[in-house]
Design a protein around this ligand. Sequence first.
Ligand code: PLP
Length: 371
Amino acid sequence: MQENLIVPFVDLKSQYLSLKKEIDSAVLSVMENATFIGGQPVASFENNFASANGAKHCIGVGNGTDALYIILKSLGISAGDEVITVANSWISTSETISQCGAKPVFIDIEPEYYTIDVNRIEEKITSKTKAIIPVHLYGQMAEIDKISTLCKKHNLFLIEDCAQSHLAEYKGIKAGSTGIASSFSFYPGKNLGAYGDGGAVITNDDSLATKMRMFANHGALEKHQHQIEGINSRLDTIQAAILNVKLPHLQKWNKQRLKNALLYNQLLGDISQIKTPKIRSESMHIFHLYVIRAERRNDLMNYLMEKGIQTQIHYPTILPLLTSYNYLNLKAEDFPIAAAYQNSILSLPMFPELTEEQINFVSESIKAFYK
Ligand SMILES: *Cc1c(COP(=O)(O)O)cnc(C)c1O
C-alpha cells in the first residue's frame, strides 16, 4: 500500500489484524504438524466450503483459473467445441476454454447489470456449442434461471464462474448451485481471499467430482494409479488453514460490502455525470467490486489519485478486443454495450472495513471533480 493513500482500493491488512491471533496460530499449526500438502486443513475446508454453498462436493485446487480448466477438461471439452461466455470478464474465463482446444464465443453484456445478455445467447448457439460459462460479475449474479433454461433446451453444460460471487444469491438461488459445476477463486482480494493463490470447484455430480479430483491430481485417485494424464493443482495446506479461519466471517463481510455500496449509492446518486451500480431485485449482491460509469473517466481517475484515492478498471479492454483474440477477428461493433462501457467504468475502493468517513471522502471528491 502506498503511504500517501487515504483510501486504498483494498485493505487486506486491516482484515488480517482483525483475525491475527487465529490466523497466526492456524498457520503455525500447519508448520508444527509438518503436513504441507493436503492434510486436515484442506479436507476440513473442502467440507466447510461445500456446506456453506449447499454443495455435495468441493475440491480445493490451486487457483480460480485452474478451477475452470479442471471443470472444462473433466467435462470433455476439446478441439472442435465451442463454449459461450461473456465479453466483459477476467481472461481466465476465456483462456481456459482455449486451453482445452475449444473456441470461446463471446456475448455482449446487458446494459443495466453488466452480466451476460441472455437475449443474445441463443443466436450464438451452433451444433458445436457444448457449454455456457456465465460470470457473476462484480458480486452480482447473472440471470441464472434463464440461462439454465437455455442450457436444458439445447443440452449444454452450465458452468458458473463464481470467482467474484462467493455466497451471492438471486431469487433464492445461491451462486454456483445451478450449474453442473462451479469455480471459485481465493485470490487475496476476492471476497473470500487467501494469503496467496487458491481456488475450488463445487458440484453435486458424484462422477464429475471424482473425475475433477483425479484430473487435478495427475490423473490419479490413489498414488501411482494414473488413469489419465492430469495436472498438479492443489489448494495449499497453509492457505486452507487461513481460509478455515476466514470462512465463518464471509457472510458478515459480504453484508458490510453491501452496506458500503448502499451508502455510496446514496451519496453519489444525484451526480448526473455518473451512473451508480444497480442491484437486481430478489438478489443478494455481494459487491466484490463497486463499479460506476463516469463521464471523463480517465480524468476522474487521475483526480482521485491526486487526492489519495485509489481506483481501478475492471476491465479496461473487453476480452474479445484483447490482442490475444486478434485471431478471432472480432470488432467493437459486435459488443456495443461492453465496448462502450469499457471507456466509462470505474471501480471505486470497496472492502468490508471501509469506513463511512472514507466513503464520504470519496463521494465528496467525485462531486468536487464535476463542479
Ligand atoms: C479472479 C478471477 C478468476 C481467476 O481466479 P485466479 O484465482 O486469479 O486464477 C476467474 N474468473 C474471474 C471472473 C475472476 O475475477
